[in-house]
Design a protein around this ligand. Structure first.
Ligand code: MRU
Length: 322
């Protein structure tokens, strides 16, 4: 509804959460991971005896884990909750105690994401020069995480340190996360922002108007290839062609070191309605096909650094291997 309306949705059931994730009411890689952890707690809220708690919890896992395919945070956080439930630590708990323990884990996931956002900001703030123009794409801010964001956290921290700069927010067709969310968020926080059409990015690079690019990522592979909102690869390619540094800002929870490269990242395909309706309220015309991949993969060769909560890293990411 943003930027016209700000409204909170109360979610009481895991099914409602899955719908909210699929409709992008809750979106952004870290935010859906945190939300899913709480969703598992919703699944067992009314349960009393241990057998019901365990069976309801286990039943809720697959649908939540697969609500969206690209952002690995969702799978990581669901797996973390599942590992805890089946751990030796929880083996002898009664229903109430297990529910309490799982809720405290969801809260820990939430708090850790907030801390990651802050630390990512501190890791990356030195990359923003006073007077710079920064391009970002999609929304990797407070509306995508439990804290202040990933890419936008870098900007908030640099601003807090007294640097003054401006931001170009790519509008991010088709769902306009850039013009609807990033511009709203930055403006609200007093950071000068101008929205540009996705297709205009090339001319801003050509005119030498962009000093640095920072985006978030939904999944980073072991070789550094990074999936992010569709259009990111176009921007990274332009940045490379114009020798402008392109950075990914992401917490370690967005890294999938079990896959060798971005070729293994599943790319979500979304409905034709998204292509037609944001601007014109039209239905897709009959007989005209569509392709609407929600994400693309930027190869590691286009990325100057991966800004994380433990510093600016490079493949093979030894610092965050578990
Ligand atoms: O489809 P969305 O809006 O969930 O896509 C979000 C993005 O692509 C973000 O850039 C990414 O999740 C990083 S958010 C910190």
């Amino acid at each position: 509804m943003l930027p016209e309306k700000e409204q909170q949705r109360i979610i009481e059931q895991p099914e409602q959460l899955i719908e909210a994730i699929q409709q992008l009411v809750v979106r952004g890689a870290p935010a859906i991971g945190v939300a899913a952890a709480y969703g598992l707690c919703l699944a067992i809220r009314g349960c009393k005896d241990i057998d019901t708690v365990r069976s309801r919890f286990r039943e809720a896992l697959p649908a939540l884990r697969s609500a969206r395919p690209t952002a690995v945070n969702l799978q990581h956080m669901v797996d973390r909750m599942a590992d805890l439930e089946s751990s030796a630590e929880c083996e002898h708990l009664d229903g109430a105690a297990l529910k309490e323990r799982l809720l405290s884990e969801a809260r820990a996931i939430d708090e850790q994401d907030q801390q990651c956002c802050q630390a990512i900001g501190e890791s990356g703030a030195s990359l923003i020069a006073d007077g710079a123009t920064v391009l970002t794409h999609c929304n990797a801010g407070a509306l995508a995480t439990a804290g202040t964001g990933t890419a936008l956290s870098v900007l908030y921290e640099a601003w807090k340190q007294g640097k003054r700069f401006q931001v170009l927010a790519g509008e991010t067709r088709p769902l306009l996360q850039g013009s609807r969310l990033t511009a709203w968020e930055l403006h609200k926080n007093g950071i000068p922002v101008e929205v540009i059409c996705d297709g205009a990015a090339g001319s801003f690079f050509y005119n030498g108007e962009i000093d640095v690019v920072i985006t978030g990522s939904d999944r980073v592979a072991a070789n550094g290839d990074a999936a992010n909102k569709i259009g990111t690869y176009t921007i990274a390619s332009l940045a490379k062609a114009h020798q402008v540094p392109f950075y990914i800002a992401a917490p370690s929870t967005s890294f999938d070191l079990s896959i060798a490269s971005g070729d293994e990242i599943p790319i979500e395909q979304r409905s034709a309605d998204e292509i037609w309706s944001p601007t014109s309220q039209q239905q897709p015309p009959e007989g005209i096909g569509h392709r609407n991949p929600a994400f693309d993969v930027t190869p590691a060769s286009h990325i100057a650094g991966w800004i994380t909560e433990v510093g600016i890293l490079h493949p093979p990411f030894e610092e965050i291997r578990r």
